[in-house]
Design a protein around this ligand. Sequence first.
Ligand code: XMP
Ligand code: MG
Length: 174
Amino acid sequence: MKLSNEPLITEEALRERIGALAEEISRDYANRKPVLLGVLKGAFHFVSDLARAMRCPVEIEFIRAASYAGTESTGQVRVELPISISLRGRDVILVEDILDTGRTASAIRAHLQSQGTASIALCTLLDKPSRRVVPVTAAYTGFSIDDHFVVGYGLDYNERYRELAAVYILQPEA
Ligand code: XMP
Ligand code: MG
């Protein structure tokens, strides 16, 4: 497998879109203090850039959800929520790298609801709507993309490429 020569989404496009998302979220959550709950590891750049562009105070936490080996979903999702605050009564913005089948987001949402959250909104950097198996829609979406396997800006292929500043398509070698 190799990277596309050109990014699918450039650094500049990421910066611009994330700035606009932060504006929108800041307006929607004015006078509240939402918890930005990032899903590790893929969302770590996104949470960082989103948080710095926000205009309302936020708290930042991370959880972990495992469902993937290589590029194929196993359909099983394990949620680990070892965070230091209580989510009871909190407005949570779940920050995901990518929405694919929807299994991960839906499992995490159920898990959060059981913690007594006041509200949960999903904010995903990327969405592959054509891949959806479980009906999930994001309140905030960075980019809707076709069914490519993408890496970079937090997204990995077997733990590689997370450090890249832009999003690339991973293609089979010719
Ligand atoms: P589901 O299917 O549960 O998947 O919505 C969400 C998780 O699957 C991983 N995923 C990808 N990771 N490039 C990646 O690096 C991709 O194109 C891709 N599609 C899905 C990712 O971990 C995400 O949180
Ligand atoms: Mg992954």
